[in-house]
Design a protein around this ligand. Structure first.
Ligand code: GLU
Length: 348
């Protein structure tokens, strides 16, 4: 009888360890992850402060994006110990758009390593619009960096696979692992963008002239268009960011999705060019590696702590969601997240 009880306890302990190992692992590796109560109050303040802000307007060069409800507003934080905090319209799936570029870069680095990825793409801010043809002509690398369209299409062209479908499925599976959930293409976004992406095709052909694209240019543009059309909600996006914050380990699944040694390169690229031509101003005011997309999402990463994702479709002149920037700045400021501030690692 006693032995049976001991056996049951041992079995229960083994089961618990199998179900909860991630939480204990993440907790032990993240002494600086913020406490939930602290974060909740700040996020609530930011949500209330900015919810009625109607500055900016939806992107309209992709027809689908023009008709997304501009009032949608969702915030999610996922910490490296997998605490989740959400507020507002967090179940709405929006298109990831340019934020996908971060994760395709991560995947290219899985396959090539950081040095080859750097040689093939580069990491210099262009000082031009994200879809600039002039930047491709003028920049010595032609590709610029992985977060302008030319560099991003070239990055997509580096992904291995027997054919287009296999490459696309590899990318989608990788994004899904980073978010910890099965993600899917929003077909309407893809169709809308595929019907209007002549500019991206022109960029790809220009890269071919300079021998800076590494597969068939139109195939690369098509896969790139699909990756931009992947649907995420704020929590899924925040968990993708938290995977970066947690040294490449998804805090919910415990899986090492991105190589630990690749993380600093990815975060440095996000700091240099994550918010289009407002990246310098963002680093100055907020001090967090982040990436923005014309769908209205921004994800910002606080290394070792977690990530915040905000979705709100109205964009400013630079193409960044107005509300998302304001909320992230407010939260980063109040929680001492700025990576350039010694306060972010506890120095008072
Ligand atoms: N799919 C969009 C494009 O290629 C992405 C732009 C963005 O989010 O910056 O124009």
């Amino acid at each position: 009888m006693y032995r049976n009880r001991v056996c049951m306890r041992v079995l229960a302990a083994i089961l618990a360890a199998a179900i909860f190992p991630v939480v204990s692992l993440a907790q032990s590796t993240s002494p600086v992850a913020p406490r939930r109560q602290q974060v909740e109050a700040i996020v609530r303040e930011a949500f209330d402060k900015y919810k009625s802000d109607t500055t900016g307007k939806n992107a309209d060069y992709i027809p689908y994006l023009a008709q997304v409800n501009p009032k949608l507003f969702g915030i999610a934080i996922v910490t490296t110990d997998n605490q989740v905090l959400t507020m507002g319209d967090v179940n709405y799936s929006f298109s990831i758009q340019s934020i996908s570029k971060v994760f395709t870069l991560a995947l290219a680095m899985e396959e090539l390593g950081p040095e080859k990825a750097f040689q093939r793409i580069g990491s210099e801010p262009t000082g031009r619009a994200f879809n600039s043809v002039n930047a491709v002509v003028d920049m010595p690398t032609h590709t610029g960096n992985p977060f302008v369209n030319a560099g991003a299409i070239a990055t997509t062209s580096l992904i291995n696979g027997k054919n287009e479908d296999e490459k696309w499925n590899t990318i989608l599976a990788f994004y899904s692992k980073a978010s910890g959930e099965k993600l899917a293409l929003i077909d309407e976004v893809y169709k809308s963008e595929a019907a209007t992406n002549t500019g991206n095709k022109a960029l790809a052909m220009l890269l071919a002239k300079y021998e800076r694209i590494y597969s068939d240019p139109f195939e690369a543009v098509d896969i790139y268009t699909k990756q931009c059309s992947v649907g995420v909600n704020a929590e899924q996006l925040a968990r993708m960011g938290a995977t970066l914050a947690n040294n490449g380990v998804n805090p919910a699944t415990g899986e090492q999705v991105i190589k630990r040694e690749d993380i600093p390169y990815i975060l440095s690229a996000m700091t240099m060019a994550g918010l289009y031509d407002a990246s310098g101003s963002w680093a100055w005011h907020v001090g967090l590696p982040a990436k923005s997309g014309v769908g209205g999402g921004i994800v910002a990463v606080a290394p070792g702590k977690g990530a915040i994702a905000v979705f709100s479709p109205r964009l400013d002149e630079a193409g960044n969601s107005v509300k998302a920037q304001k909320v992230i700045e407010y939260v980063a400021d109040h929680l001492d997240y700025n990576i350039f501030s010694p306060g972010s690692v506890g120095l008072k």
